[in-house]
Design a binder for this molecule. Sequence first.
Ligand code: TRP
Length: 347
Amino acid sequence: MKKIILTGDRPTGPLHIGHYVGSLKRRVELQNSGEFDEIYIMIADAQALTDNMKNPEKIRENIVEVALDYLACGLSPDKSVLFIQSQIPELCEMTFYYLNLVTVARLELNPTVKSEIQMRQFEKNIPAGFLTYPVSQAADITAFDATLVPVGEDQSPMIEQTREIAKRFNHIYGDTLVEPKILLPDRNACMRLPGLDGKAKMSKSLGNCIYLSDSSDDIKKKVMSMYTDPTHLRVEDEGHIEGNTVFTYLDAFCEDRYFEEFLPEYANLDELKAHYQRGGLGDVKIKKFLNNILQDILNPIRERRIELAKDIPSVYEILKKGSITAREKASQTLSRMRKAMGINYFY
Ligand code: TRP
């Protein structure tokens, strides 16, 4: 069986460092490992519309932002198919059939969708398309015969539902669809990077993100304003690591080599943590260290992004070519499905 990756993002805003550490970085590594036969990276505009139907302009504008983020991070159109979800109408047809394989009760159990419904205060007015987007996500994944879906932890209920749908389809109509596996970030801290304010999630609407496109000054300002340990008032005070956002980010981004470069008094993160906990280490010092690390990671990404942004038509060309390739693949899978279901009446 071929090894195939599919993953993607909603274009509701430019991507931030939570996306980077939770998924983008890994995607680029997987792409460059050469271990995969096909790699599909999708800009999920149709899914983004499920709660932005009145605001299509926002989604339209952010498609190119997300594409720039992808390319700047090292996803390459020579190795990965970069495409736009709405340009693959086959996905809608698959979704239409899959909707019959899930119950409304099951959809209402999806914990990610549940919390999104709460956050968006839909109450009794949940758009049907929003409640059912995990079904359309199952189409996104199975249309490409994806064996592996690298995503953040919040997406694991979607992969679970996809597996259920694929299993059910195969059970009823015979072996047709691939049941995908999830690939989660390998570091715990990368699973769900908190916002700068320590709130559960980095999110555009909470205004607590560092974006891949942020300037060097913005990054510094944001890091210096980060939430740490409210009981750590003087440098001599004992400090806490748990719930201290600077340390959570260090857990996510730090490599030993950064100590050599930026903070040679310590050999590794454990030593730094121990010092903070026993007292005598100030917040400014750990923030400066984190800032240095983030600048090191983000500077080259930002520079590439600025270069790429000089030629937006080329970016659209990449997405257009990718969408044509993606559509061919999805339409092959759809033919297989129609045949399995016996609705290929004229062939
Ligand atoms: N739900 C994902 C997000 O919110 C985007 C997405 C849509 C996706 N379809 C997908 C991710 C298929 C992985 C696989 O970011």
